[in-house]
Design a protein around this ligand. Structure first.
Ligand SMILES: [Zn+2]
Length: 221
């Protein structure tokens, strides 16, 4: 996925974005709610969200775009194929019951596509900021969980049911870790003597092990 053609395409899309939203940037700045909650969210996953809140953000993101960067956009459930929804939701229901998470919902996302700049322009021309968020991520990302949005699991679309089940279970386990041991950072101090690397390693290994178990149970390993 991360080849030079892909990067060139992303850069072209960014230029389009910039042209499309340039005249409206001032207005965008006043709409601070757009994307601001997610700006906090990704810090927990070593990632950075840039939600087109202003020109500076875009320039920064463009300047920093390199092969390890990915650009994502939220997708509405209606944009996701029925089968994908079914796999992911089945996994989520099973995991949230198993882990006692309570009500948790899925938020789909995917790579930016050629249609997105047009959508973006359309929304800006009518209502201002689009109802979905776009962000940059430090490297490919299949799913996200954040303590700042404890009732949401972000998942990237995929045709592979094993990936969907695994990623939902992995992120659900992060939700469980937060409920059980507190947020990253707080957890570091309380359980890992301030050693963030140990905490990170533990939380990823624990989430992978749990997800592998769920995958086995689903019969798709
Ligand atoms: Zn993880």
């Amino acid at each position: 996925m991360l080849n030079s053609a892909w990067i060139q395409r992303q850069l072209r899309l960014h230029e389009e974005f910039k042209r499309a939203i340039g005249p409206r940037l001032e207005q965008q700045r006043t709409q601070a709610a757009f994307g601001s909650d997610l700006v906090h969210q990704v810090q927990a996953e070593r990632a950075r969200f840039d939600a087109f809140a202003g020109e500076q953000d875009i320039k920064k993101a463009l300047g920093e775009l390199d092969p390890s960067k990915a650009v994502y956009r939220e997708r509405d459930e209606a944009e996701v194929a029925f089968e994908r929804n079914r796999w992911a939701k089945t996994a989520l229901v099973r995991c949230s019951h198993d882990l006692g998470l309570g009500r948790v919902r899925l938020q789909w996302f995917d790579d930016l596509n050629a249609q997105d700049p047009h959508d973006y322009r359309w929304h800006l021309g009518r209502y201002g900021a689009p109802p979905w968020k776009t962000w940059f991520h430090d490297g490919p990302c299949l799913g996200l969980y954040s303590a700042y949005q404890p009732d949401v699991i972000h998942i990237k679309t995929s045709d592979d049911p094993r990936q969907l089940v695994f990623v939902v279970a992995h992120e659900a386990r992060h939700a469980w870790q937060d409920r059980q041991y507190g947020m990253p950072g707080v957890r570091t101090a309380a359980h890992f003597g301030g050693n963030h690397e140990s905490e990170k390693r533990w939380s990823e290994e624990d989430a992978d092990a749990y997800a592998q178990g769920v995958l086995t149970e689903f019969g798709h390993n």
